[in-house]
Design a protein around this ligand. Structure first.
Ligand code: 3Y8
Ligand code: NAP
Length: 248
């Protein structure tokens, strides 16, 4: 009897949860507990870490999980690595729903960097108006360049002081092209720092930067261990042995 664990927290995971609930498959949706009020799901939901590889392996055994679907974000590298290790340890089938990275298109001005330190180093010396669209967890290193006027975007209001003077937009996305164009023009944004998340939920800022001729410092994805991958929810459903109702 199939009992699936969805490692969630993304638009893809939400679409998968809708589809699994629709076909009545026994599944649990898991959030890491990063945001104060995560979106509700049509499946039983758990929130918070498992306690590393051992904790996830124990959870799989105790809950009788038969399949794990890693539908986390491409930058949720630790969760993805733990899932590979725990599924190997327990002999549990694992699949990753992993959307393709955004590809540079004509008109894009990207500076591709491997890590946050390189992103900081890629900023200009002279004061500029910089939109840091990389969330809350990894912004402190930009404090090394206090000459810039930063705009940050968080899912939840900041707790306590920021590591440097900045203007914060609180919004959880998904974002629209018109909304991004309006925000960037109103704030006179000159540089954008983004992660190559892929998917549609956050690509509007990339399209807006292209339309405005702005440079984007683009953080490349972390390396993940090899694991079976699909780039769409319909295939993941079929992997679980269910005819998809998603038009495939
Ligand atoms: C808690 C679940 C949906 C899903 C929304 C997607 C789209 C918007 C793009 C920008 C970039 C960023 C950030 C972002 C995107 C979707 C999707 C996606 C980027 C939620 C969610 C959780 C999180 C965690 C949060 C991180 C943060 C990253 C903001 C829910 C809304 C910047 C990633 O405050 C914090 O600690 C936030 C942490 C990890 C990265 C960071 O380091 O700060 N996502 N995002 C999940 C959990 O607890 O398990 O609250 O409902 C999900 C979504 N985030 O359609 O409803 O699918 O990719 N999320 C990045 O790309 O750099 C925003 O602002 O342009
Ligand atoms: P991460 O750094 O890869 O994981 C750190 C630890 O958080 C994991 O080892 C695990 O703790 C716990 N964790 C992460 N995701 C979890 C999940 N879905 N269910 C249960 N525990 C989880 O993770 P992250 O990058 O902070 O991402 C956290 C969540 O936000 C994920 O759901 C991800 O899909 C979502 N998200 C992240 C980004 C991003 O930019 N990173 C963007 C959009 C959405 P234990 O070791 O204790 O098990």
């Amino acid at each position: 009897m199939t009992r699936a664990l969805i490692l969630g927290g993304t638009a893809d995971a939400n679409q998968l949860a809708e589809a699994l609930a629709h076909v009545g498959l026994d599944a649990i949706y898991s959030y890491g507990g990063r945001t104060r009020a995560p979106a509700g799901q049509p499946l039983p939901t758990r929130i918070g870490g498992f306690g590393g590889v051992a904790g996830l392996a124990e959870y799989i055994r105790q809950e009788g999980i038969t399949h794990v679907i890693d539908a986390t974000h491409p930058f949720a590298a630790e969760m993805s690595r733990n899932a590979v290790a725990a599924c190997a340890e327990t002999g549990t089938p694992l699949i990753a729903v992993e959307r393709a990275p955004w590809a540079r298109t004509p008109g894009d001005t990207w500076i591709e960097v491997a890590d946050i330190a390189s992103a900081v180093a890629a900023l200009p010396e002279n004061r500029a108006r910089v939109f840091l669209a990389i969330g809350r967890q990894h912004i402190a290193p930009f404090g090394a360049r206090p000459q810039h006027a930063y705009t940050l975007r968080f899912v939840d209001p900041p707790e306590g002081a920021l590591p440097f003077d900045a203007n914060v937009i609180v919004s959880r996305g998904p974002f629209t092209l018109d909304g991004e164009l309006e925000m960037m023009q109103a704030r006179g944004i000159e540089w954008v720092v983004a992660r190559n998340s892929g998917g549609d939920g956050a690509r509007a800022k990339i399209d807006a930067a292209r339309a405005l001729g702005l440079p984007v410092i683009m953080l490349s994805r972390p390396q993940l261990p090899e694991r079976p991958r699909m780039d769409n929810v319909a295939d993941a459903l079929q992997w679980l042995g269910h005819r998809t109702c998603l038009g495939a």
